[in-house]
Design a protein around this ligand. Structure first.
Ligand code: GCO
Length: 255
């Protein structure tokens, strides 16, 4: 049974993994045996995250690049090709939040969120899938969605549009890549205790809304997403494709 969830001998790239949910997923995949490639936009925070994993005895490396820049992404994969580093598992986690009413939203702000939260998943997964298909050994792609892949709340329209797109892009990737033994699925986190959400956590009424809106009556912790990530990254999910698994305390299950 343990072999079902064993990631030994595999390399996992987690985008946006210098902190928050991305780093928690990197830690969890490492604990399951994977070599981890940390990514972020800043070399110093990427290196700090790599050192933290290595201090825990894990095999980790890092590369700072902007996942919205297709040339930077291609250069990263070409460097890994040269170093004979094969990405067997891709977690498209990179994402930002920008909260503002639609009528006040600048196009540049809209575009930045869409590029980071949705387009980057296409850019990175295309490079990874090309190599997985050429290797003929399949692979795993895990896109990070959100409750907003299903429902909307005011002031986060670009994030919501992007996360809704993540759900359908996951299905589109499955439609084309499942035949190559690549399983593409998504995780939909509920409201998780992260830096990105600190302003919400600190807001008494928002905190009360989160607690009253899910039957677990609490915020989730980043490490509570790890089990689902290991499952979707492992042989245990070899016939699962195009799915989004919500880790939300039951939020979407109740009226
Ligand atoms: C917000 C939050 C959400 C959560 C998460 C919910 O402003 O509503 O940032 O986007 O982070 O995505 O699933």
């Amino acid at each position: 049974m343990t072999q079902l969830f064993d990631l030994s001998g595999r390399t996992a790239l987690v985008t946006g993994s210098a902190r928050g949910i991305g780093f928690a997923l990197a830690q969890g995949l490492a604990a399951a045996g994977a070599r981890i490639v940390i990514n972020g936009t800043r070399a110093d925070t990427v290196d700090e995250a790599v050192q933290r994993l290595r201090a825990d005895g894990h095999d980790a490396l890092g590369r700072a690049f902007n996942v919205t820049d297709e040339h930077a992404v291609a250069a990263a994969f070409e460097a890994w090709d040269r170093d004979e580093i094969t990405i067997d598992i891709l977690v498209n986690n990179a994402g930002i939040q920008f909260r503002k009413p639609l009528v006040d939203l600048e196009l540049a702000d809209w575009q930045r969120v869409i590029d980071t939260n949705l387009t980057s998943a296409f850019i990175v997964a295309k490079e990874a899938a090309r190599r997985m298909i050429a290797r003929g050994r399949g692979g795993k792609i895990i896109n990070i969605g959100s409750l907003t892949s299903e429902g909307a709340r005011a002031t986060v329209a670009p994030y919501t549009a992007a996360k809704g797109g993540i759900k359908m892009l996951t299905r589109a990737m499955s439609a084309e890549w499942a035949v190559h033994d690549i399983q593409t699925n998504a995780i939909g986190p509920g409201y998780i205790l992260t830096d990105m959400n600190q302003a919400l956590i600190d807001n008494v009424s928002f905190d009360a809304w989160v607690r009253s809106s899910n039957p677990s009556q609490r915020w989730g912790k980043p490490e509570e997403l790890v089990g689902t990530a290991v499952y979707l990254a492992s042989p245990a999910s070899s016939y699962v494709n195009g799915q989004i698994i919500y880790v939300d305390g039951g939020w979407l299950a109740v009226l």
